[in-house]
Every structure is written in structure tokens, then in C-alpha cells.
Write a protein that binds this ligand. Structure first.
Ligand SMILES: NC(=O)c1ccc[n+]([C@@H]2O[C@H](COP(=O)([O-])OP(=O)(O)OC[C@H]3O[C@@H](n4cnc5c(N)ncnc54)[C@H](OP(=O)(O)O)[C@@H]3O)[C@@H](O)[C@H]2O)c1
Length: 380
């Protein structure tokens, strides 16, 4: 395992995400505990020292399970434990503390090494501020329940910078992979945080698994053309480990075989190891994936500002396009309802047309949104 300096601590460049443990009967609330425990121990024994869970993962079961495994194997104090406060569930300031205490109890510990305000965006962040999240973070750091505070993020770069600039953060966590360079915080956000010496933890390094397979002979021919023998997964990780601005990459491995491969990749490659032919392949892969786009939305967000129903137009098109680009219906079906709230879906569109007036790509948004929504909702 290779390690990186993260606020003067040696953190493994691969962290274990605890959101996609193997499950029984396809039921996300039933963790396959014996398999998942082997994964945690294998990760620990092979140098992974950063473990990332959160209150809602596995329908509330991840924290309790991870706490049990760390305690039973006597490794809690030998690793860095990260979890996240679901700020949107707190009704007021004291609600934030109530959640923290519940989480300490779940994880059978009296402190967290890393504690994030979970999944911040333009809706959750103002609520967190209303509940005086800054005072909350100051207090829990001072009394020792939390060593370092950060936030995890899913929204556009403007909001990312606003949040970064609002507090003296110890770290942050963003979705990032070679296809998301210009999506959400993206490469601009990564560099912005790094320029302020804020370490960045990466989630969704394989875009939730979408970048893990060769989806067509054309894609395979690109690997052959550039004479790259890496698997798509190795290439995606190597791209991230090549970047000095990245502090830790979380793997969402869902089997011990995947974890074993990803640890081997994290042990083999670091900053400066990405070769020229691999860079050319990555650029061809981006072009290849982009050529499969269904709606030419660039995510510029001009459409969003005027929408009276707050419909996340770019997010919906991103899921719709993703369906055609990565051919992974399973993920689209699971993630779409999580990212597009019921009261903000295209069936709530009042067809005022403001979005279409502002769209630089001249997309017939009203019609395409409805098609996208109906198609995704009908995935079997
Ligand atoms: N804070 C937040 O809002 C937030 C959001 C998302 C994630 N996270 C954190 O970030 C972690 C990582 O994100 P992620 O889970 O989305 O990671 P990811 O690595 O992008 O996706 C994980 C999926 O990739 C596939 N995969 C992984 N290793 C593979 C391998 N060697 N070969 C083939 N396929 C492989 C598996 O898909 P299959 O199961 O289909 O095989 C796995 O479920 C999460 O576990 C979680 O801790 C946080």
C-alpha cells in the first residue's frame, strides 16, 4: 500500500467505502456479514487505514456492522474512522448533536477521526447553516468527539466553492473520476480545495461501477490501439493515484475479489506513474463514451436558475445519458430515485419554458425530460 500525507498523518491512498458491502437476497439492509467482515480485515491487514461509512448506508446497518467488526477484532484505535452526519435529518441545532451521539454509539467508539457533513448541496447546506452547523463543528472538535471535520459534496462547482470558503475545513470529499472532470466539483473543485491545502477524499472512483467494464468491441479496440494491458478498473484508479491533489481514493468494492484487485492497484501506482499511452487512451475513452450521449446536455446549469419547480434538469439528463453511455441499468434504477427527489421530478414540470429559453444547446428540455423520466422509471 502507498500512503499520502493528509494533515500530517499517513493515510493509505486507498480507503474502504462501507456503502456497498455484499448483501443477502439483493436486500441492501441485509449485509452478508461473514463476507463483509473478511473484506474489512483483509483491507486492514493489507495496509488500508481509512474506513468510510455513513448513517444511511445499508439502510442504517453499515455503521452498526462496522462498529461491531472493529470492536471484535480490536482494531478501532489502529485505523482512521470516518462517518457522516445526515444534517438534513436534524430538526434544530441540538438535533445535530443527537445524531452524532447516536453514531458514536452505533460505531462503539467515543471519537471519530474524520466526521463529514454528509452530501451537501444547495438545498441541504442552507438548512445546516440555519441549524448553526459551524458552532456544532467547533464544539465537537473542541470536546474531542471529532478530530477533523469535513463535508461530502454533490452539486455544482459554484456551491462547492461557496461551502469551501465558508469554514476552516480539515478536509472534504467529492465524486471524481476521469469521466467527471467537468461534473459536480470536478477537477476545478479538486484543484481549488488543494490550493487552500484542504485534503480531498475521492468517492465514486469508478462512477459507481460504470467504468468497470468493456461495454463494446469498439471500446476494446481503443485499449488495443494504445497497447494498454490494464483493466478498465486499474486504469481508472491509476488516473486518480497519478494526481498529487488527491489525498485518498475510496473503493466501493462489493466483493473480496474486487477489493484484492483494487488494493494491488493502490500498491503499484502513485503520483507520476500514468504513462503517455494511457493518457491518450483516457482521452479516447472520454470521446468514445461521450459519442454515446443521448441528450447533448453539457451541465452548464443555465436552465436551472429560472426553474420554478427546482427540477434538477442536468442531473436527470446525466442519469439518462449514463444509461446509454455505460449500459448499467441496475445502477440507474437504484440511484435515480435517490438523487432526484419525488417533488422535483419531470412530472412536476409546469411547462413554463424558461429552461428552454436559457439552454445554450437549444435542447427541447420539456419533451426530453419527460421521455428521460418515463424511460428510467420503467426500467425493470
Ligand atoms: N458521501 C457521499 O455522498 C457518498 C456517495 C457515494 C459514495 N460514497 C463513499 O465512497 C465510496 C466509494 O464510492 P462508490 O462505492 O460509488 O465506488 P466505485 O468504486 O465508483 O463503485 C463501486 C462499484 O464498482 C465496481 N467495482 C469496484 N471494484 C471493482 C473491480 N476491481 N472490478 C470490477 N468492478 C469493481 C462494483 O460494482 P458491482 O457491484 O456492480 O460489481 C462496486 O460496487 C462508497 O463506498 C462510500 O463510502 C459517499
Amino acid at each position: 500500500m502507498k500512503y499520502r500525507q493528509f494533515n500530517n498523518q499517513n493515510i493509505s491512498q486507498l480507503g474502504l467505502g462501507c456503502m456497498r458491502f455484499p448483501v443477502i437476497d439483493n436486500d441492501n439492509s441485509k449485509i452478508d456479514e461473514s463476507h463483509a467482515e473478511k473484506m474489512i480485515i483483509y483491507a486492514y491487514e493489507n495496509g488500508v487505514n481509512y474506513f468510510d461509512t455513513a448513517y444511511p448506508y445499508h439502510v442504517g446497518k453499515s455503521e452498526k456492522f462496522v462498529g461491531k467488526v472493529l470492536k471484535n477484532n480490536n482494531i478501532r484505535n489502529k485505523i482512521h474512522l470516518a462517518t457522516k452526519n445526515p444534517t438534513w435529518l436534524a430538526e434544530n441545532h441540538s438535533g445535530l448533536f443527537k445524531l452524532l451521539d447516536e453514531q458514536l454509539n452505533n460505531l462503539q467508539t467515543d471519537y471519530f477521526d474524520f466526521y463529514l457533513m454528509h452530501s451537501q448541496n444547495k438545498f441541504s447546506w442552507p438548512v445546516a447553516i440555519k441549524n448553526d452547523v459551524f458552532k456544532f463543528m467547533d464544539t465537537i472538535k473542541k470536546d474531542g468527539r471529532v478530530k477533523q471535520v469535513g463535508f461530502s459534496f454533490h452539486d455544482d462547482i459554484k456551491i462547492f466553492k461557496e461551502i469551501i470558503d465558508s469554514y476552516d475545513w480539515d478536509f472534504c470529499q467529492i465524486q471524481f473520476n476521469y469521466m467527471d472532470e467537468n461534473y459536480q466539483a470536478g477537477i476545478e473543485g479538486l484543484r481549488y480545495a488543494a490550493s487552500k491545502n484542504i485534503p480531498v477524499v475521492i468517492m465514486e472512483p469508478l462512477k459507481g461501477g460504470r467504468l468497470s467494464t468493456i461495454v463494446s468491441p469498439k471500446m476494446q479496440s481503443l485499449f488495443d490501439k494504445h497497447n494498454v494491458k490494464l483493466t478498465p478498473v486499474e486504469l481508472a484508479f491509476k488516473y486518480l493515484f497519478n494526481m498529487p491533489e488527491v489525498s485518498c481514493v475510496l473503493t466501493g468494492a462489493s466483493t473480496i475479489e474486487q477489493l484484492t484487485q483494487n488494493i494491488a492497484t493502490a500498491s503499484a501506482y502513485g503520483v507520476g506513474d500514468l504513462k503517455e499511452n494511457e493518457k491518450h487512451l483516457l482521452s479516447d475513452l472520454k470521446e468514445f463514451y461521450t459519442s454515446r450521449v443521448k441528450v447533448p446536455c453539457t451541465g452548464c446549469l443555465y436552465c436551472i436558475d429560472g426553474c420554478p419547480m427546482n427540477i434538477p434538469i442536468n442531473v436527470i439528463f446525466s442519469f439518462y445519458n449514463g444509461r446509454y453511455i455505460y449500459e448499467n441499468d441496475k445502477l440507474t434504477k437504484i440511484q435515480y430515485p435517490l438523487h432526484v427527489a419525488e417533488n422535483r421530478r419531470p412530472d412536476k414540470c409546469i411547462e413554463c419554458g424558461q429552461c428552454e429559453e436559457h439552454c445554450p444547446q437549444k435542447i427541447d428540455i420539456i419533451k426530453q425530460l419527460k421521455i428521460a423520466h418515463e424511460e428510467i422509471m420503467s426500467i425493470k
